[in-house]
Ligand binder design. Sequence first.
Ligand code: NOJ
Length: 522
Amino acid sequence: VIYQIYPRSFQDSNGDGVGDLQGIISRLDYLRSLGIDAVWLSPVYESPMADFGYDISDYCGIHPIFGSLRDFDQLLGEVHRRNMKLILDLVPNHTSDQHPWFLESRSSRTNPKRDWYLWRDPGPDGVPNNWLSVFGGPGWEWDERTGQYYYHAFLKEQPDLNWRNPDLQREMLKTMRFWLDKGVDGFRVDVMWHMIKDTQFRDNPPNPEYQSHQATYEKLIPLHSTDQPEVHDIVGMMRSVMDEYAQRVMIGEIYLPLHRLVMYYGMNNKGTHLPFNFQLLNLPWDPARLFAVIDEYESALPEGGWPNWVLGNHDQPRIISRIGQAQARVAAMLLLTLRGTPTIYYGEEIGMTDVAIPPHEIQDPQGLNMPDLNLSRDPSRTPMQWDDSPNGGFSTAKPWLRLPYNFPRINVKAQQRDTFSMLNFYKDLIGLRRREPALNVGSYRSVYSDKQVISFVREAGGNGFLIVLNLSHRPAYFQPSAFPFEGVIEISTEPERNGNTVTNAIPIAGDEGLIIRLKNRR
Ligand code: NOJ
């Protein structure tokens, strides 16, 4: 079980309103008690913070707002001492425009690092081609001094690197080794599918499904600017570095349809270990769709490819704000009973919701660049709600983003005291998952779905669990004729049912989820 921390918002230790490494260290016992295995940190490197750390100016340095390399070493030691793993964010697609590499590259056309970035002459319409920036507007920025454009898939402060350049490749792989040598357990690789572009820089075709309310980026299909065949060579190269070390993991951030996504496992699974499966992020919360997607994913996986699931991250609205409070526990049960590595986004375990940020307080460049489209990611990046003290125990100073009004009620401390809280529900689910190989490494088999319910079985070594999830608010009757069963309710969202014996047919409440330990599976 992986837990994603957005470091700016987890815990502030020095009273500047921004979270830091010492803050994270002070909360490691909390993470241990939650039962998670690994912590993934969003970027903590040196950065001008144009995109809150995804614009890196030194891959081997820690931004002073988060602490120092010594703090980092301490964090790594403390994580390992608690038998957990530490995963860093690697951002190889682009640097900050303040990175020394880019400063050199833009200094002259003949600079040895010129070719480390994507420089092009103007085309007939000004820009070299029609490629767009994910954050709005053209993907090209004019450089007056050297009279060429450079490409940036994200902000103009995030110039894209040229992964066809062998010197750049070597240098980036070196930065991976820098952290792996320290003992870091893996990387989540930022925008992996963006890493290499068409050699001829051909125009992207128009998107026939574009709708006018979408961001401008959706106007075109990024056919030539993303997901190029050569990306798999780059991923393979990175994987070889990982394989120089024991027990390391590479996770790829890849927003692609399933059939393209699974290519990132690579030939003979020598690509990325875990191409992030984002299917649960945008799917309508509809049993038929969900059921179909799980099956589609399971059957698209290559032989030996390990699955993974996630409900949220720092770029997406929080799960509760998408599906509603009542379904939050059903979603948690789904995440933690599906086959494959689950990633929890900080705060999910206490049911944190998106926080409305008034327009004049918006921090996220995606929100600021496209104000009419309501694309700010701030609402899901707000400070962790630890207790009911001022600023929720996150900081003694005014936090960089506000907390919601309900934090005195929804916080870790209050939920630790309440046996039936969301937090304790998460702990129970993770605990069961850890203890039971069937849930951890067992097989997945879909059983039944209708307009309200989905159900599936997880099995290993003769032990089986039947999971039944009511995705609607209305009660239902669960009686899958093709699947007679007998078992005991291990965990229900309605805890008074725990321990009850059930056979073949059961009433299930609205918004209820059940994990049933099956009898007689041999
Ligand atoms: C994906 C990251 O998750 C997001 O936060 C960032 O803005 C872009 N990549 C650019 O690095």
